[in-house]
Design a protein around this ligand. Structure first.
Ligand SMILES: [Zn+2]
Length: 475
């Protein structure tokens, strides 16, 4: 099969051909061993050899989060998504594929299929779903990591600080395996909760780190703290975000703070990932879009009727595994909305399919994405860009019932720690107008000391800061 060097510059037509072939093989050689899809094919009377191209995927129903997430009744549902070749199935299905020499021997079963690593989804309301990796998959995590390092034009001299929270989540481990795969000197700090912001700042200075990776909200806090401490981050030339969306305006604020630490012209790039996709995708340049790995997965964008949309049209991101073991998914509906582009990237000339930089991610603040406040649906994700105002240091939003009475009306409270030189009254009015226009709810804006707000957010104590808190008691 073509290597990465070739794949990244294949023509869109050749990429389609490659994906058709990979999909055909994946369905025929792997899906018989997949409890959920084996049944699904049977139920829908589809042959394993009936899916020959990515076009044919349309014959398959979508897989929803609800199909995978464990419930009280079916706590082990997600294990039905793990490839599990057993003797009986192998003798039945592998023999049909002699031509392509699928050999299930003891070694390949152990390496390719035995789960050895787990990530969990981060949703707060739904039960966390485990996604299993085998040794084969971890090799792929290293490979995607090498690809990202290559896309970033990093060299073996680069030094990486991983500031993602230490957790069984993709962001931390993708960074770990990327650094391992590319053989880069790296320190995996576990973020504020594990090593603590002070020590991470000292490590960046002491090790003369060139690359810092972490969640945008936390890195903003870390870099702002470094600026206040007058730390020297002049070695830092690259900041890579992951784990959550980057609010408009945040990049600029971070750039300004970085410049004050001596890090001039640092590149600030973003990644996109979801747990079920098993790997992260990177933009080659700010806002260039996330470059996919067409040999690892097939991404399609569908409208609300489930029909594929054209290039550049907005819809839901749907993902199909092409070369993974462990937990694999076909036509998995992410709930995230974006656009897809093919052809040459105008920045790096790679021809990889790209997901638009603008993604409405339902996966992170899913339970808040559309929250009913005072009876009307409010998209709280929209508040992130309002709150990345240049005069705000930190912020938190609380939704609560008036007087804590469940029968009372909802209140939207916005806690703000303004920047030192900001005019708070002016800022307060501006925020009030913008938030009311966006949500049709008039917020209360309360000024809070930065130290107090950092505590509220749990910046040094939580895995992920508590940006939006819903304190309404359910009746
Ligand atoms: Zn590019």
């Amino acid at each position: 099969m073509a290597g990465w060097r070739t794949i990244q510059y294949l023509s869109p037509r050749k990429i389609i051909k490659l994906q058709d072939r990979l999909l055909r093989n994946f369905i025929k050689n792997q899906i018989p061993y997949h409890p959920f899809y084996h049944n699904l094919f049977k139920k829908n009377k589809i042959n394993f050899s009936g899916i020959k191209t990515t076009e044919d995927l349309k014959k398959l129903p979508f897989t929803a989060k609800e199909d995978i997430a464990p419930t009280a009744k079916e706590p082990k549902k997600s294990l039905d998504f793990v490839l599990q070749p057993n003797k009986q199935l192998i003798s039945r299905y592998a023999s049909l594929n002699k031509k392509i020499k699928i050999i299930f021997n003891k070694n390949s079963l152990f390496y390719e299929y035995k789960p050895c690593h787990i990530h969990f989804t981060t949703g707060r309301t739904a039960n966390a779903t485990p996604v299993l990796y085998t040794a084969y998959d971890l090799q792929r995590l290293e490979e995607s990591g090498r690809r990202m390092v290559n896309m970033l034009n990093m060299s073996s001299k680069d030094i990486v600080i991983n500031a993602f929270p230490y957790a069984p989540h993709l962001a931390f481990w993708q960074t770990f395996y990327a650094a391992k795969g590319a053989n880069l000197l790296s320190l995996h700090t576990g973020g504020g909760k594990i090593l603590g912001t002070e020590k991470i700042i000292n490590s960046i200075e002491g090790m003369k780190a060139t690359c810092l990776a972490g969640m945008p909200g936390y890195l903003y806090h870390l870099i702002r703290t470094a600026k206040e401490k007058k730390s020297d981050f002049s070695s830092l030339s690259l900041v890579v975000f992951g784990g959550e969306r980057v609010a408009l305006g945040l990049r600029e604020k971070i750039k300004n703070d970085l410049a004050s630490t001596g890090s001039k012209n640092a590149r600030i790039l973003s990644t996109y990932a979801f747990t079920e996709g098993k790997t992260a995708w990177l933009e080659c340049k700010e806002e260039s879009g996330y470059h996919l790995y067409p040999d690892f997965e097939f991404i399609e964008i569908v409208d609300k009727n489930g029909e594929s949309v054209n290039e550049g049209e907005k819809g839901e991101i749907v993902c199909t595994s092409l070369d993974w073991r462990g937990s694999v998914f076909l036509r998995y509906k992410t709930g995230d909305m974006s656009k897809l582009y093919y052809g040459k990237c105008s920045h790096c000339s790679r021809t990889l399919p790209r997901i638009d930089a603008e993604i409405e991610r339902s996966s992170e603040y899913r339970e808040f994405a559309l929250t009913k406040i005072k009876g009307s649906f409010v998209n709280l994700n929209a508040l992130f860009s309002i709150m990345s105002h240049k005069d705000i240091d930190e912020w938190q939003i609380e939704i609560r019932k008036k007087n804590n009475d469940p029968y009372e009306i909802d209140e939207l409270i916005v806690y703000v720690a303004p920047r030192k030189k900001a005019n708070f009254d002016k800022l307060k009015n501006e925020l009030k107008n913008k938030i009311t226009a966006e949500t049709e709810v008039a917020p209360q804006i309360i000024k809070v000391e930065l130290k107090e707000l950092l505590k509220r957010l749990g910046m040094e104590t939580e895995l992920k800061e508590k940006r939006i808190v819903d304190n309404r008691k359910k009746i």
